[in-house]
Design a protein around this ligand. Structure first.
Ligand code: SF4
Ligand code: SF4
Length: 368
């Protein structure tokens, strides 16, 4: 039994849905259920004599799943090397496409795990890409959840990629960082093969029900009419761009109920543990903020400028605006404190923590 994952992540709704544990599970027994938004541990049974017994599949396992879960770690602020405003110079691609394409051309990476959608249903899915054409044909990130890192094994074992880039929200960058800083032998292959993370600014990701239960019925349209979904944080609007070029909007508070539960426990807005993070906030309309956080991120931006897939613009980045969203998301720490309290109470019930310790915690979060 994966006790830490179950007790500290799944049972308290803290799972970000990144999909890392599904990929790294050594026995292939963690999976996302068809309509669930956090993983489950498959129960396996066997016959012993005349009895039917449940097998503890995790017995003797080195628990790579637990060593790769970002929700079992504490996260502080990440590094910043450089912050710029940029525009893509690709006729049909955004800044992320520009970074990936130049990284491919310069052989910094040999493929990437990026976001796409099934065109008919607008259902999000991970995609392993190895060419410029595949990058440009993908729909990109649509703020709709799927366990993107589930595609890691396909990238490594299926496609044989050796220098993989991963694109995703902060929890995905944190999951990659967790693996890269682990010493678990079972995670060695992932450490060796993941080369770069491009993180997105994120205030929360939406379940697919946003499309089926809200957008489609509110506007009487079909999912295949949708070209893109954008979250405009500055104006607190969800923008739905249609294939005919028209746009529909919904105030963000109206769609809050579709944000994944795990996002309520997430405090990283600006992908502070990615190599390079990207988002609209902080730049003028039509431009994108790019924050370089590691030397490899610096190389990635440099290649994009040299390959002329991206141009750095003169305007300054509005750091205060980014900071406003960073601070607003950091307030979710309170939800984490309440989780810790709940866990302590559960421990106390089994005799691990004393009543005094729990009272101390209650005081520290202002509940007494
Ligand atoms: S946060 Fe990611 S690694 Fe952790 S349990 Fe959820 S899907 Fe698995
Ligand atoms: S808010 Fe964003 S980064 Fe945080 S868990 Fe949700 S999707 Fe992941």
């Amino acid at each position: 039994m994966v006790t830490a994952l179950k007790k500290k992540v799944w049972d308290v709704n803290r799972c970000s849905g990144c999909g890392m544990c599904v990929s790294t599970c050594a026995k292939n027994v963690i999976r996302f259920p068809e309509d669930g938004d956090q993983p489950i541990l498959e129960v396996r049974e066997k016959n012993v004599g005349l009895s039917h017994v449940v097998v503890d599949t995790c017995f003797f396992c080195e628990r790579p799943c637990e060593d790769s879960c970002p929700r079992l770690k504490e996260w502080k602020s990440g590094p910043v090397i450089r912050m710029v405003s940029a525009v893509s110079k690709l006729p049909d691609g955004d800044v992320i496409d520009a970074l990936l394409i130049s990284a491919l051309r310069r052989e910094l990476i040999d493929g990437a795990i990026i976001w796409d959608v099934e065109r008919d249903s607008f259902k999000p899915l991970p995609k392993v890409v190895t060419s410029e054409d595949e990058i440009l044909k993908s729909a990109g990130y649509q703020h709709l959840w799927c366990p993107i890192l589930k595609a890691l094994n396909d990238a490594i074992y299926g496609r044989g990629l050796k220098k993989i880039a991963v694109v995703g929200p902060p929890c995905v960058a944190q999951a990659v960082k967790t693996v890269l800083s682990s010493t678990n032998e079972k995670l060695k292959m992932y450490r060796e093969r993941i080369r770069l993370t491009i993180g997105l600014f994120c205030d929360g990701i939406y379940s697919y029900q946003l499309v089926t239960n809200e957008i489609v019925s509110r506007f009487n349209i079909k999912p295949y009419d949708i070209n893109a979904i954008r979250v405009d944080l500055r104006n607190a609007l969800l923008r739905i761009i249609m294939h005919d070029g028209s746009e529909k909007t919904i105030p963000l508070p109206d769609v809050r109920k579709y944000v994944r539960n795990g996002c309520a426990r997430c405090t990283d807005f600006a992908s502070e543990w990615a190599d390079i993070s990207v988002g609209d906030v902080g730049s003028e309309n039509g431009k994108t903020t790019v924050i370089v956080r590691t030397p490899i991120g610096e190389k990635c931006l440099d290649y994009a400028v040299r390959e002329r897939t991206l141009e750095i613009v003169e305007s300054l980045v509005n750091v205060e605006e980014i900071q406003r969203f960073v601070s607003s998301k950091e307030r979710r720490k309170r939800a984490q404190e309440i989780d810790s309290l709940l866990l302590s109470m559960l421990d106390a019930l089994s005799g691990v923590k004393s009543k005094e310790e729990i009272e101390e915690m209650l005081k520290s979060i202002g509940r007494r």
